[in-house]
Design a protein around this ligand. Structure first.
Ligand code: IPD
Length: 260
């Protein structure tokens, strides 16, 4: 049974998704222009965010927001806060790569209690609520059972121009590369975590993320029986560094990454 809160989140995501679907088609035309679709996509992003904010406010008027575009908006209720990323995977969107998602998480007193990650092109709808499991459409999710790094396909984020500690990432990758069955960089942290929850990826790590990128995904992995935590020992929503997998893969990856 989908709870009223999750229903509100799903409806908001589906409504915002319509604009993303339409504009993604347009991006393919803009791709050839010298300026590219970046400005156009900024507007798409803002429009989607304002639909999400409007729908969620209509249903839960007192709640606050932390949004990728609009920043923090305090709510009257002081307890609940929506974490919103209207397009997680913006670089993919701009480049016409069909892999991005809307991510919505709901925090209560600083703890994420519900999450929705929706890929509007594949129609993959990932949902979760604290204590009630994680789902892809109607299917209950469980993290992959592989225990050895040698069998594991691991997702990651690669710091690029102007972003993150590139030398550190290079050391981490150099340690892991010879030990795992494959490394992937798909370009949407929310979907990377949802894919760990779904057992498509055995593990995932990335540094320097924002709460709206990972709030929903972290709960999704935990509710699918996995671990999603800071790479060291902090709170990933504060440090922005996240590592995910089942317990064995989590520990094995952590050992390598921390030693890099
Ligand atoms: C980005 C994606 C990407 C990650 C970047 C994020 P955005 O989010 O999650 O996978 O590597 O660090 O910024 O900017 O597209 O919402």
């Amino acid at each position: 049974m989908t709870s009223p809160t999750l229903t509100v989140m799903i409806n908001a995501a589906r409504k915002a998704a319509r604009g993303l679907q339409r504009d993604f088609g347009e991006v393919e035309n803009l791709q050839v222009s010298l300026k590219g679709p970046a400005d156009f996509v900024t507007k798409t992003d803002q429009r989607a965010e304002s639909i999400l904010q409007g729908e969620l406010t209509k249903a839960r008027p007192g709640f606050g927001f932390l949004m990728e575009e609009g920043g923090a908006v305090a709510g009257r209720d002081g307890e609940h806060c929506w974490l919103i990323d209207p397009i997680d995977g913006t670089t993919n969107f701009i480049h016409g790569i069909p892999h991005f998602a809307i991510s919505i998480a709901l925090e209560r007193s600083g703890t994420v209690i519900a999450g929705v990650i929706y890929n509007p092109l594949s129609n993959d709808l990932f949902t979760t609520e604290r204590g009630r499991g994680a789902y892809l459409n109607d299917r209950r999710l469980r993290v992959a059972a592989r225990r050895n790094l040698s069998e594991a396909v691991v997702g990651c984020g690669i710091p690029h121009l102007g972003r993150g500690d590139q030398a550190l990432f290079a050391r981490e990758l150099a340690r892991l590369q010879p030990k795992v069955a494959g490394v992937r960089r798909f370009g949407s942290a929310a979907l990377d975590l949802a894919w760990v929850a779904a057992g498509r990826l055995d593990g995932y790590w990335e540094r320097g993320l924002k709460p709206w990128d990972i709030g929903a995904g972290i709960l999704m992995v935990r509710e699918a029986g996995g671990r999603a935590e800071d790479i060291a020992s902090g709170d990933p929503l504060v440090t922005g560094d996240v590592l995910a997998g089942n317990d064995e893969i989590f520990q094995a990856l952590q050992g390598e990454i921390v030693a890099a």
